[in-house]
Design a protein around this ligand. Structure first.
Ligand code: AKG
Length: 280
């Protein structure tokens, strides 16, 4: 199947049986040419409004993913805009959203629904644009009916090891236990209030695979796979657009406890990090 043949006029994107099996086995996929150059342009125009800080009223949903909330915009290494479709509703139902939904349904079932979206941009010339190693589930509340998740990430720029592409540890989603996560800022007890970002330690046996992609390709990853990315010392941007799907029951549970993935949420649930700390 060519990338063109995979795309239905209705917004679908057909996966092969081999890809579905590989996602289960390895915990990730790279899918080529999911969004064409023509289709990406209107999405990019909205995306850039966030990067230019033209979208107001976001509070902590606009921050640097590599540092404290207090860091001034000029010093951000990774510009992180969380829940952009809430702040710019014109993003809703774009072709990437439609194709991500189709991919999620094929990978985790027809009960999947969009849980959150996020824009992540590594500025050029930033060694510090490091996305700390983690498992997505380490960030989220315990108690969800099931954890099935499909996280798609659309490349707006070619992503390579040199400019800090996503890297994964294949198969790590099948480990029995989540790795212990801790806030990247450990200097004081309020660290979780100072930064959203958590990290884990890699083990010597962890084999990282860089997911190098072209503009318009997407990566897909499982909620338990170990992943992160390095800095961006190049003179170009590395921009990506994340959309995560979970089951309708799981999203309903998240909302019932006040969890929306917004950094402005008042934390009133037990995270996997805290459960691990408590030895549960
Ligand atoms: O793309 C990256 O550099 C990291 C993104 C990530 O960790 C995620 O989407 O869960």
């Amino acid at each position: 199947m060519t990338p063109h043949q995979r795309k239905a006029a209705s917004g679908g994107y057909q996966l092969t049986n081999d890809e579905i099996a590989a996602y289960k086995r390895d915990g990730y996929l790279i899918l080529p040419e999911v969004v064409s150059e023509k289709e990406i342009l209107p999405i990019e125009a909205i995306y850039q409004r966030f990067m230019n800080r033209e979208v107001e009223g976001m509070g902590r949903d606009f921050c640097d993913m590599s540092g404290p909330y207090s860091r001034p915009f000029e010093e951000f290494n990774i510009i992180n805009a969380v829940l952009p479709r809430n702040y710019a509703p014109e993003l809703r139902n774009n072709l990437y959203e439609q194709r991500a939904e189709s991919i999620a349904r094929q990978l985790i079932g027809d009960d999947s629904t969009l849980d959150y979206d996020q824009l992540l941009s590594k500025r050029p010339g930033r060694d510090g644009a490091v996305f700390a190693w983690h498992q997505d589930l380490g960030y989220w509340p315990t108690g969800t009916p099931d954890t099935r998740t499909v996280t798609c990430s659309l490349a707006l720029d070619h992503a390579t090891l040199a400019n800090g592409c996503l890297q994964v540890v294949p198969g790590s989603h099948r480990e029995d236990q989540l790795r212990p996560h801790r806030p990247i800022l450990t200097s004081n007890e309020g660290a979780r209030e100072e930064t959203h970002t958590l990290t884990i330690d890699l083990r010597s046996e962890d084999k990282l695979v860089p997911l190098e992609v072209k503009r318009g390709d997407i990566t897909v990853h499982n909620e338990r796979i170990i992943h992160g990315s390095g800095g961006n010392p190049t003179n170009g941007w590395r921009r990506t657009y994340v959309i995560a799907h979970r089951s309708e029951a799981t999203v309903a549970y998240e909302r019932s406890i006040g969890f929306t993935h917004s950094h402005n949420d008042t934390i009133q649930w037990v995270t996997h990090l805290e459960a691990l700390e408590a030895g549960n």
